[in-house]
Design a protein around this ligand. Structure first.
Ligand code: PAF
Length: 281
C-alpha cells in the first residue's frame, strides 16, 4: 500500500496502478461502515482496478470549531484498516496542502442543501462539495463510493456531478449499523457510556414512525410526533432537527404522497448524530 501526503506524489503513485480507479473519500477514524465502502469499491475495481482512500479531516465543512478539534484522528489504526482491506493508495494530505491561504473559489449547491443538515450547519455542504470536487480532480477517479447514511451529502454530490459534468460515477452503499441499530459513525466513539447506550433511540424513533406509516398514517404532523416522542423520552438526547422531506427534492412535505425521508439529527452533549428512514408509498 502506498501512502502519500502531497498531490504531486499522488499523481506519480497512481500512474503505477490500473483502471478503473475507485475513490473512497473519508475523514478517517475508519469503522466497519468505511470498510464496507472499501470492500464495495474493491468489487467494482475488479482485478485490474485500483482503490484509493482519502483521509482528510476537511476544516471547511465544520460549522463548530469544537467539533473539528475533537474529531478523532487515529492515523495509524486507519492505515492498518486500509492495508487489511486491500487498499492500493492512501491520500492523507495536510490542510495546508489542500487549501491555499488566499483560496477564493467555493463550490456551492443551492437547492438540495437548503434544509436538514444544510440549514442546521451553515456552509457545511459548500465545504463538502469543494473538497469532494478537489479530491475527484486530484485522484482522477472513475468512480467514487459514498455511504447512504449521509443521504443529503449523497444527493448534493450527485447534483454537483450532474450540474458540473464531472466525469465520475457516484456509487451509494447502504448504511452499516451496529447490532443495536445505531448507524456507524466516526463520532460514535465520542459518546460516553450512558450516551452510547441511549443512542439507538434515533433508530427506534424512526422505526416507530415507519411502523405508523405502514399502518396508514400519512400526515407529517402525526409521523413527526411519533418519532419525537421516542427521542424526547430521553434526558440525554436533544433534537437538532426532525423533518419529513420529499426523497428527491429534500423539500418539506405536509403528507406522504411520494417517496419521502424522515430524517433526524440529535445531539448527545456535543456529539451530533444523524439518521434517516425512507417512507415510500
Ligand atoms: O462523509 C464524509 O466523511 C465527508 O463529508 C467527505 C465526503 C469525506 C468529505 O470531506
Amino acid at each position: 500500500m502506498t501512502v502519500v501526503t502531497r498531490a504531486s506524489e499522488l499523481t506519480a503513485a497512481l500512474a503505477e496502478y490500473g483502471r478503473p480507479r475507485l475513490l473512497v473519500p473519508t475523514m478517517g477514524a475508519l469503522h466497519d461502515g468505511h470498510v464496507a465502502l472499501i470492500r464495495h469499491a474493491k468489487e467494482l475495481a475488479g482485478a485490474e482496478g485500483t482503490v484509493v482512500v482519502s483521509i482528510f479531516v476537511n476544516p471547511i465543512q465544520f460549522d463548530r470549531p469544537g467539533d473539528l478539534a475533537a474529531y478523532p484522528r487515529p492515523m495509524e489504526a486507519d492505515l492498518a484498516a486500509c492495508r487489511a482491506a486491500g487498499v492500493a493508495v492512501v491520500f492523507a494530505p495536510e490542510a495546508t496542502a489542500m487549501y491555499a491561504t488566499d483560496r477564493s473559489v467555493t463550490v456551492s449547491e443551492s437547492r438540495l442543501s437548503r434544509n436538514l443538515c444544510g440549514a442546521a450547519r451553515p456552509g457545511h455542504f459548500d465545504g463538502v462539495c469543494t473538497v469532494v470536487l478537489k479530491l475527484f480532480l486530484l485522484c482522477g477517479c472513475d468512480m467514487a463510493v459514498f455511504g447512504e447514511k449521509d443521504f443529503q451529502q449523497l444527493a448534493v454530490i450527485r447534483r454537483m456531478v450532474r450540474d458540473l459534468n464531472v466525469p465520475v460515477t457516484i456509487v451509494a452503499h447502504p448504511t452499516v449499523r451496529e447490532t443495536d441499530g445505531l448507524a456507524m459513525s466516526s463520532r460514535n466513539v465520542r459518546l460516553d457510556t450512558a450516551q452510547r447506550a441511549d443512542a439507538p433511540r434515533l433508530r427506534h424513533a424512526l422505526l416507530a414512525a415507519l411502523a405508523a406509516y405502514q399502518t396508514g398514517t400519512r400526515t407529517t404532523a402525526e409521523l413527526l410526533a411519533t418519532a419525537r416522542q421516542v427521542i424526547e423520552a430521553s434526558a440525554l438526547a436533544r433534537i437538532d432537527y426532525l423533518s419529513l422531506v420529499d426523497a428527491e427534492s429534500l423539500e418539506a412535505v405536509e403528507r406522504i404522497e411520494r417517496p419521502a425521508l424522515l430524517a433526524t439529527a440529535v445531539f448527545y452533549g456535543e456529539v451530533r448524530l444523524i439518521d434517516h428512514v425512507r417512507l415510500a408509498p
